[in-house]
Ligand binder design. Structure first.
Ligand code: B1M
Length: 216
């Protein structure tokens, strides 16, 4: 087995175990060997978190295990983010992004932000647990081209509809394209709540945003 393949295996295992120091060390080693940051992300870190979710569902992992795994991944993301987002060009559009009220999951959202920035968008990140009125304020303040809402719980996904409705009531609906995403969201749900689109992952978020904004 090559050292590169070993690194991916070890990164997967240490992320699963929530051991942040080796995750950071291995990420640095991978980059020093010239490995692609996207390979580190998609072939080790994301699969590890998927497995964490599976173990949680089966009752083998609990919230503390999920949290340390998420933190270990976040340490690697701090290193990978500038490399993935590297673009330097003038923004091709602006995007307000947030995780809806009641929901504190931010890894998926942050990944979308990194990819959007990498594609040349200016991203205004409102963070997590964002109430509808904060989305409304941000649209007034930043006049973005698009707004993205992330929801990871079946109990918080209805908040995307509440937020879209509030944006409509504020008279701002026609000014922005609205995209929704996150583990439980589907295209049908996006249609039902009046979003302009649904993106299943970060790359799709970039593709869809460009399509909705007519950017080649
Ligand atoms: Co939570 N959690 N969690 N959790 N957690 C899930 C989501 C869960 C599916 C686990 C499970 O049961 N299998 C489950 C939800 C079940 C449900 O509602 N049906 C769950 C639960 C139940 C909970 C708690 C309620 C647990 C509890 O307290 N009893 C609690 C809720 C807290 C709250 O939000 N109020 C909770 C807490 C947490 C932690 C804090 C411990 C931690 C989050 C840490 C953090 O985010 N900083 C956590 C984690 C880590 C997870 C899992 C394991 C991983 C989520 C993740 O980040 N995945 C998750 C299981 C899972 O999803 N498999 C789980 C990696 C990420 C890259 O995922 O979905 O591929 P991915 O992201 C994609 C797309 O979703 C899309 O693009 C992303 C990038 O490609 N996307 C968008 C995301 N947002 C988008 C926005 C867009 C477009 C696309 O806008 C345009």
């Amino acid at each position: 087995m090559t050292r590169e393949a070993e690194i991916l295996d070890e990164l997967y295992d240490y992320t699963l175990d929530g051991e942040d120091e080796p995750v950071v060390e291995l990420t640095n080693e991978a980059l020093a060997l010239g490995m692609d940051p996207m390979v580190v992300l998609f072939d080790a870190l994301i699969p590890a978190l998927e497995e964490v979710g599976r173990l949680f569902e089966q009752g083998e992992y609990f919230v503390p295990e999920m949290l340390v795994a998420a933190n270990a991944m976040a340490g690697a993301m701090d290193i990978l983010k500038p490399l993935i987002a590297e673009s330097g060009a003038k923004p091709i559009g602006s995007f307000v992004m947030g995780t809806v009220k009641g929901d504190i999951h931010d890894i998926g959202k942050n990944l979308c932000n990194v990819m959007l920035e990498g594609a040349g968008f200016e991203v205004i990140d409102l963070g997590v647990n964002v109430p509808p009125e904060r989305f409304v304020e941000a649209i007034r303040e930043h006049q973005p081209d698009a707004v993205g809402m992330s929801a990871f719980l079946t109990t918080t996904m209805p908040m995307a509809k509440v937020t879209i409705d509030e944006i409509g009531e504020a008279g701002l609906r026609d000014q922005v394209k609205i995209l929704v995403g996150g583990a439980p969201i589907t295209q049908d749900y996006a249609d039902l709540i009046g979003a302009d689109g649904f993106a299943p992952d970060a790359s799709a978020t970039v593709r869809l945003t460009k399509k909705l904004l007519d950017i080649a």
